[in-house]
Design a binder for this molecule. Structure first.
Ligand code: FES
Ligand code: FES
Length: 162
């Protein structure tokens, strides 16, 4: 089946098998390798991307379901010549990663969680931990990841106030 999918603002037209997973389209056709496949069973969150702005696990979405839609991967948060996205910056500054395998998924889940924060205040540590429940990390013990999200929230608020 023919699909036309925008990934990080670039259009990809391709003929794909109807069983092809979105994560395979992103990695093999768009050639973007940040989204990883850790489990293939919706468990680890390493493949998390945004689909029309909503966070999804790309190993459980068929490519054909993304036809005519917009996908954002971690690479799309950091346009060439642009500023680092605050969530990316915060993960670096707080050492919110070790091997990095989960990091792209963690970052995309964080971007979505912060964009969907309708509380009118910053999220608490518990809320952050709950929000990242679907994303597993085997290295960090999560403490620095939570610190990264807290720092990203502060950076985003400071940017709004500028
Ligand atoms: S690879 Fe998609 S959730 Fe693990
Ligand atoms: S940094 Fe290694 S799995 Fe999270």
């Amino acid at each position: 089946m023919k699909v036309s999918i925008i990934v990080n603002q670039k259009k990809y037209d391709a003929e794909v098998d109807t069983s092809m997973l979105l994560v395979d389209f992103i990695r093999d056709i768009a050639g973007l390798k940040a989204a990883n496949v850790g489990c293939d069973t919706t468990t680890c969150g390493a493949c998390t991307v945004l689909l029309d702005g909503e966070s999804v696990k790309a190993c459980t979405v068929l490519t054909v379901q993304a036809d005519q839609k917009d996908v954002t991967t971690m690479e799309g948060l950091n346009p060439v010549g642009g500023q680092l996205h605050p969530v990316v910056k915060a993960f670096g500054q707080t050492h919110g990663l070790q091997c990095g395998f989960c990091t792209s998924g963690m970052i995309m889940a964080t971007v979505s969680m912060l964009a969907n924060n309708t509380t009118g205040r910053t999220l608490s540590e518990d809320e952050i931990r709950q929000g990242l429940e679907g994303n597993l990390c085997r290295c960090t013990g999560y403490h620095n990841i939570v610190a990264a999200v807290e720092l990203a929230q502060d950076m985003m608020i400071a940017q709004k106030d500028d």
